[in-house]
Design a protein around this ligand. Structure first.
Ligand SMILES: [Fe+2]
Ligand SMILES: [Fe+2]
Length: 313
């Protein structure tokens, strides 16, 4: 199939591994799904140490289930990316550990306190739900299919994140202050979740032409703000003065894009910030520590089926 035919036929779940698709499409879809998979893993790594800090047994169980879900999302997505025939799952995991793999800007910053957990569990996952709901109609069927399960679980994450937020927002004065501090720090990153405004986004046009992107960054950001500014206020959080958030006549919200630090965003996007190096370093060390498990499994596969996992041509 040539690129023009792909553009003509692009629609919800239009393409699957049975189609002969041009490399340009397969590479663009791989880049997008790999980024998504990496982000699931790196978000989980950031949250994982806080399982120990959960304030009750029930909270610990729910939080640990949430972290496991995120790792599962990552694995599901590597499989969906692998089905495009460009990279294997192992190659993508290696790229993540060696600093070549890109992931969401929010997950490059260190997380220090339990009061920060709803920043991911409620706001970032809430932002993710905005985008992911649209991805159920993406043109690469294995990706859309993975989103059915992922969105179902993300719905639980957002409810759980909101419950932690509510608990802290109605807790002691100290907890309320810490929650506001966490919000002040995370708010600009959360707004940057959707990436740069469309005229600065390098991949926007092609991805929308071939059905990989269904809503623009600005549309998604505005939809998120319109839903979440009132929710933040409901829990007593004050919206910081910067970046400025403006209400349009139709009741929707938009951010003044120039108030956001896009230089920092692009430094992070290239894995070049101090935080990026620290988070990637942790991932690298973990991957190395469990390398023996991977070799045992590979060896087992080789001896039982006569084949070892192969890299794609
Ligand atoms: Fe997830
Ligand atoms: Fe999640």
């Amino acid at each position: 199939m040539d690129l023009e035919t792909v553009k003509d036929r692009a629609g919800p779940r239009a393409f699957s591994p049975k189609h002969d698709l041009p490399e340009e499409y397969r590479k663009a879809a791989t880049r997008m799904i790999q980024f998504h998979a990496n982000s699931e893993i790196m978000g989980a790594y950031l949250e994982r140490p806080f399982i120990r800090q959960a304030p009750s047994l029930d909270r610990k169980l729910a939080f640990s289930a949430k972290v496991q879900d995120e790792i599962g999302h990552g694995q599901l997505l590597y499989r969906a990316a692998e089905s495009l025939g460009i990279k294997t799952r192992d190659e993508m995991l290696d790229e993540l550990a060696n600093g070549e793999g890109k992931f969401l800007n929010c997950f490059h910053y260190p997380m220090e306190s339990w009061t920060e957990t709803p920043m991911i569990g409620f706001f970032v996952d809430g932002a993710a739900m905005r985008r992911q709901a649209t991805l159920k109609k993406v043109s690469w069927e294995p990706y859309a299919h993975a989103m059915d399960k992922i969105c179902f679980e993300e719905g639980f994450h957002v409810k759980h994140g909101e419950d932690i937020l509510r608990e802290l927002a109605t807790g002691s004065r100290k907890e309320q202050e810490m929650l506001q501090e966490a919000f002040d720090e995370w708010w600009p990153r959360i707004i940057q979740f959707f990436g740069p405004t469309d005229d600065k986004s390098t991949h926007h046009d092609f991805s929308s032409e071939v059905g990989l992107k269904l809503m623009s960054n600005d549309e998604l950001r505005s939809a998120f703000l319109t839903a979440y500014v009132p929710k933040a206020k409901k829990y007593g959080l004050e919206i910081p003065d910067e970046p400025r958030i403006e209400k349009r006549d139709d009741g929707t919200y938009k951010v003044v894009e120039d108030d956001l630090d896009w230089d920092e965003f692009f430094t992070i996007a290239k894995n070049n910030s101090a935080g990026s190096k620290e988070q990637i370093g942790k991932r690298h060390d973990t991957q190395e520590a469990v390398e023996w498990v991977r070799s045992v499994l590979d060896e087992n596969e080789r001896t039982t089926t006569g084949t070892a996992p192969q890299a794609a041509d």
